[in-house]
Every structure is written in structure tokens, then in C-alpha cells.
Design a protein around this ligand. Structure first.
Ligand code: PHE
Length: 562
């Protein structure tokens, strides 16, 4: 160890240090460990002399170094790392990485650090240029010919350098004025500025305080302060790091003698518990409003004896979404402006062929007392895949299955079905419309049902969800006749709003499935979002559902019951 004041250390090709700090500093002793970095860290260090810097691998690949083990081995061997900066240079590793490893060791008290502030002088870009080209003053001096030169000409030749160099030349009495010209006052000069800078760059000489002050003023050198650390052994130092366990678990508990060596808790070391830690904030416990309303609707419908339909698929064929519902293939809802068609796979593979034939015939020429659409029914159109535009596509399949079961058993069983699930429509989005939303759908299939049964069922359901004043308005759906829009009175908003759609499925839909003539199906559908928005006073659907909805509302909400 020796004091470092005004000592120049050479640490790399172009880096010179005039260390002017603070206390003690060791000259560069090779801090590298006694074994090469590629060696397994488990191999104990050979008791040989440390290698010279030149013996170290030139650029060891950092990932092949177990830096932590290198640090520990070095400390075991030498008791300290005198300066992490020098150590990182010698080891060919990034200083920041080294500090990271040391910080991690400090957590377990394997090592201790002591900050070192090292100030040194380095050349600025301008200083480096002077090293190459010579100082401005020498450039000016060299540009003056034997017979002298006009100032303007000198400026033209050298630009800014002329102005800077001229002053120094005059001060040094290298040049003098003679009339309008500048002439040389001496014949030979020495470029001391360049010489000093070269020395600083090479790092093998000391510069006087005076010179450094001057060079700094001329912005040719700058003082750099670097923070590094002296590392010594900590109170819990070991040559090999033992991983501390974060948790005590089942596999560490038992009769020690019966357990594999080193697995019993008493053989392990554990991380200290930080009793001051705040811990992760507990999230609030509230369901999303749509889930709450869904749960309530579900319970009501189940109480009313409805079974839930398996709606857990979003992709349907046009056949089930439209054709089976007697929706003509030319219907505007079937174009890409209203429906999201699937590109890949664009076509479905399977439809029940016998049923398909009857559906096709019913569309083209009618049957079951219908005249049909008189159209040319296209298979390509029917087979197109899409994101279902309504859950009625599932209702159709449930009714088809009901008819198939009846064909096998010879007996028709009345059924009540419901579903609450997602549907997709290619719509312009606004405060009340999204491209995807949730539909609540229900139907009852039984013999000789009437419109009165439909109105009664709907009234019962809506009463249970708190809407008691209802009005029905005739409407049109391709698959129901008659059809009714459902309006509910909102006592707070004091207005009638449309809350659903309903009807009796047409014979053109039911009969091709094979359902008996007297089996009627009453059905209705509504969105889940509309009543939820009314209930929770949400004005914009985007605050309720979709990528703009703020999930923190659920996370931060106090736990409350619906
Ligand atoms: N499918 C209709 C819609 O999407 C709802 C509905 C279902 C209407 C059943 C009548 C019968 O709006």
C-alpha cells in the first residue's frame, strides 16, 4: 500500500490516472484469483503465486465465469479486493456486474465494502485531437511562412484553430506583428502542450498542478471521479456460498437420522425474516359487475327450472348460426359488415347431412305449409365459419338434439333451457355498443304453448330481476313468428327502454329437425350488459367491459355483497 497522491497508474492502453484523492490506495496488484476462470469453482484454489495480468485469458467469456466464486476465492486467498474497478478490469468483467455480485454477497454478510472515490485526469475529445495533430499554437506557428502572413489569410487557412493558437503564440512570444503581417519571432519551438497531453494519455508521468489547471481551462483535459469499492470479508464469510432457504417446507422436517444427509432443517441455513416488510398489498375482493349480474340471473333461471346450455364455444358455422334458423342466405346480417367470419379454417367440416338436406329444401322450396324463400341454397355459404352472432345458434342445436332423442325414444320431453355467454357482432362501437357482449337467452319447448305462455314466462323472469313494468311491441326476426320486442320501464330514468327480444320459433325452423307439429318453442334473449349498466349506473359500456375497463375497480373495491 502506498499513498496515491499525484501518482499515475496505468490501467489500460489509453487510460492514465493521476489519482488525487483521499486516503490510501493500493497500486495495482493483480487481484485475480489463483485459478483460471474456466476452472470449476468447486476446485480449491491451487496454492501457487497469482498469475500476472498478461497470463489471464484475454477476454474470458463472462458467462463461463462464476463471478461469485471468483470473488470468494480471491477473498479467501488474499483477504481483500483492493479496488473493484481494477479487479473488474483484470477479470475482464463488467464493473456493474461485479458490484451486483458483491451486493448479493453483502446481503448474507459474506463481504463488506468500503467506498473508494478515485479522481483522475483524462483527455477530452479536443485533447485527443491535439495528441494527433499538434496543439493549435504549433499549427499556427507552422503555418506562418518565412516572409510572414496576413491575419485574414491565417484565419482562412486554419479557421477556429487560428484564433485559439494565435493568442498562445503571442503570449509565448513565438510570433510578432510586423505591419499588417504576422512573422515568426523565433525559429524553433517545442509543442509542450502536446507533450504533456501525450504523457497524460500514456500515464507515465506526473503533470504539475499549474499545467493541469491550464489544460483544464483550455478544455483539453477533464477530471473524472470514479466510485469503486474495497472489499473485505464479512462476519459470515465462507469460501463457498451456501444458498439460504426462503421457506421451511415439509421435506425438511422429519427424523434427521432417517433423512438424506443435509436435508434436515437443522443442516440448512435460512434467510432472515424481514418483520418490517410491508408485504404485498392484498387485493380487494369484489366480483366484476357482469359476473355478479350473471350469477343472479343464473340463479333465477335455475330456480325457474331452466337447465344451462353448453355454450362454451365461440366459433360456429353459418349453418347453425343462420340456416338452421331459417334466416335466408341473402339476409344482410350475413355479410361481413355485420358478422365476423373466420379466415382459417374458413369452412366447417361436419353438418348432419340428412338434416342439412331438409333445411336446404325448406329454404329453397318450403314445406311444412311454408313456401320457402325460392332461393338457390349454397353449401359454401352454409359451411362458412364465424364468431357466433347470437347464442340462438346453440338453442337450435339443443332443439335438434331434442328431436333426435325423441326419434330414438319415441317420446318428446318438454325442456326449459337457458344460457348466458358471449356473442360477437361487427358493429360500430359507441357508448352502448361493443363488438362483443353477453347474451342471456332462454327457451321453453312444449306442446301447444301460446304467446300467452311467452308473455307470462318473460314477465316472471323480469319481475325476478326487478323490472316489473313491461310492454311488448310487435317485431320481426327471421326465426320467430310472432316476434316481440320487450320494453321495460325504468323508474329512476323515468323512461321505457328496450330490454330484450322474443318470439315463437317458426315451424320452418322446428319441423325440419323432426319436432312434432304441436311442439311450440317460446324464446327470448337480452344482453347482460344493459341491465348491469342500469343497475350499476354505468353510462359507457367501455367502462364495464373490454380492454378499456379498469380492473382496479374490482381489485380495490371493498368486499361487499351483491
Ligand atoms: N337471437 C336474438 C338476438 O340476438 C334474441 C332472440 C332469441 C330473439 C330467441 C327471439 C328468440 O337478439
Amino acid at each position: 500500500m502506498q499513498t496515491i497522491r499525484n501518482q499515475i497508474l496505468l490501467l489500460g492502453s489509453n487510460m492514465s490516472l493521476i489519482v488525487r484523492k483521499t486516503g490510501k490506495f493500493s497500486t495495482f496488484e493483480n487481484p485475480a484469483v489463483t485459478h483460471t476462470f474456466s476452472e470449476s469453482p468447486r476446485t480449491p484454489p491451487a496454492p501457487s503465486a497469482p498469475p500476472e495480468l498478461s497470463e489471464l485469458p484475454e477476454k474470458p467469456e463472462s458467462h463461463s465465469i462464476d463471478l461469485e466464486q471468483v470473488v470468494l476465492s480471491c477473498l479467501a486467498e488474499k483477504g481483500q479486493i483492493a479496488d473493484t474497478w481494477e479487479f473488474s478490469l483484470a477479470a475482464g468483467v463488467d464493473h456493474q456486474n461485479l458490484i451486483g455480485v458483491i451486493k448479493s454477497l453483502m446481503v448474507d454478510n459474506y463481504v463488506r465494502d468500503e467506498a473508494l472515490l478515485t479522481s483522475f485526469w483524462a483527455l477530452t475529445d479536443e485533447g485527443k485531437e491535439v495528441c494527433c495533430k499538434g496543439s493549435p499554437e504549433i499549427q499556427v506557428f507552422d503555418a506562418v511562412p518565412a516572409g510572414g502572413i496576413a491575419v485574414g489569410e491565417l484565419n482562412r487557412l486554419l479557421g477556429d484553430v487560428a484564433k485559439i493558437g494565435m493568442g498562445v503564440c503571442m503570449k509565448n512570444k513565438w510570433l510578432q506583428k510586423k505591419g499588417d503581417l504576422i512573422i515568426k519571432a523565433v525559429q524553433v519551438v517545442v509543442d509542450e502542450t502536446r507533450a504533456i497531453l501525450n504523457h497524460i494519455a500514456q500515464g507515465n508521468c506526473s503533470a504539475s498542478e499549474e499545467d493541469l489547471k491550464n489544460l483544464k481551462k483550455r478544455k483539453l483535459v477533464q477530471q473524472i471521479t470514479r466510485k469503486s469499492y474495497r472489499i473485505t470479508k464479512g462476519v459470515d464469510f465462507r469460501e463457498k456460498r451456501i444458498k439460504k432457504m426462503a421457506d421451511l417446507n415439509k421435506s425438511m422436517i422429519g427424523v434427521k437420522e432417517e433423512m438424506p444427509a443435509g436435508t434436515h432443517w437443522s443442516d440448512l441455513s435460512f434467510k432472515a425474516v424481514n418483520l418490517k416488510s410491508m408485504g404485498a398489498p392484498a387485493l380487494g375482493g369484489n366480483y366484476h359487475p357482469l359476473l355478479k349480474v350473471r350469477a343472479e340471473f343464473r340463479r333465477i333461471l335455475m330456480d325457474l327450472g331452466f337447465e344451462e346450455m353448453p355454450t362454451n364455444r365461440w366459433v360456429e358455422s353459418s349453418f347453425w348460426n343462420f340456416d338452421a334458423l331459417f334466416q335466408p342466405q341473402s339476409h344482410p346480417a350475413r355479410d361481413a359488415h355485420d358478422t365476423f367470419f373466420i379466415k382459417d379454417p374458413s369452412q366447417t367440416i361436419l353438418v348432419p347431412e340428412n338434416y342439412y338436406d331438409v333445411v336446404k329444401r325448406t329454404h329453397e322450396t318450403g314445406g311444412f305449409d311454408s313456401i320457402g324463400y325460392g332461393c338457390n341454397f349454397k353449401r359454401d355459404e352454409a359451411m362458412k365459419n364465424l364468431l357466433r352472432t347470437h347464442t340462438t345458434a346453440i338453442s337450435a342445436q339443443m332443439l335438434y338434439n331434442l328431436a333426435e332423442t325423441m326419434k330414438k325414444s319415441g317420446q318428446f320431453t318438454p325442456k326449459k333451457y337457458f344460457s348466458i355467454d358471449r356473442v360477437f357482432r361487427n358493429e360500430a362501437m359507441d357508448a352502448t355498443h361493443l363488438c362483443e357482449f353477453h347474451q342471456v337467452e332462454g327457451f321453453v319447448a312444449d306442446r301447444n304453448l301460446t304467446l300467452g305462455n311467452l308473455i307470462g314466462t318473460i314477465k316472471t323472469f323480469f319481475e325476478k330481476i326487478g323490472i316489473t313494468q313491461l310492454r311488448f311491441k310487435p317485431a320481426y326476426n327471421p326465426y320467430t313468428e310472432p316476434s316481440m320486442e320487450i320494453f321495460g320501464y325504468h323508474p329512476e330514468l323515468k323512461k321505457w327502454t328496450e330490454i330484450g327480444n322474443s318470439g315463437m320459433f317458426r315451424p320452418e325452423m322446428l319441423r325440419p329437425m323432426g319436432l312434432p307439429e304441436d311442439v311450440r318453442v317460446i324464446a327470448w334473449g337480452l344482453s347482460l350488459e344493459r341491465p348491469t349498466m342500469i343497475k350499476y349506473r354505468i353510462e359507457n359500456i367501455r367502462d364495464l367491459f373490454g380492454h378499456k375497463a379498469d380492473l382496479n375497480k374490482q381489485r380495490n373495491a371493498p368486499i361487499a355483497r351483491f
